[in-house]
Design a protein around this ligand. Structure first.
Ligand code: ZN
Length: 86
């Protein structure tokens, strides 16, 4: 019980804060389900919604995108997950 030596934290870990530069928040845009060209960027070829890790959106905007894509699917603007597997 003698050793109370604290390990120093690596500085890189501290400096690596979650800094998401969300393009939607930056430009103060609104997500519109009718804007298919925009939504396509956040949907994979298969028609899946890309994860926020890929899209680099903040949580709020990612949700908005997700609901917008779902709306667009319902309106037949975007496909549901497409045809066949591989
Ligand atoms: Zn955002």
């Amino acid at each position: 019980m003698g050793q109370v030596r604290r390990k120093r934290r690596r500085p890189e870990l501290e400096s690596r804060k979650k800094r998401i530069d969300c393009s939607f928040c930056k430009e103060d845009k609104r997500v519109d389900y009718k804007d298919v060209t925009l939504l396509r960027k956040y949907v994979s070829e298969r028609g899946k919604i890309r994860s926020s890790r890929v899209t680099r959106l903040c949580g709020v905007c990612q949700r908005q995108i997700a609901t917008a894509v779902k709306n667009a699917r319902e309106m037949a603007l975007l496909p549901y997950i497409s045809q066949r597997k591989s």
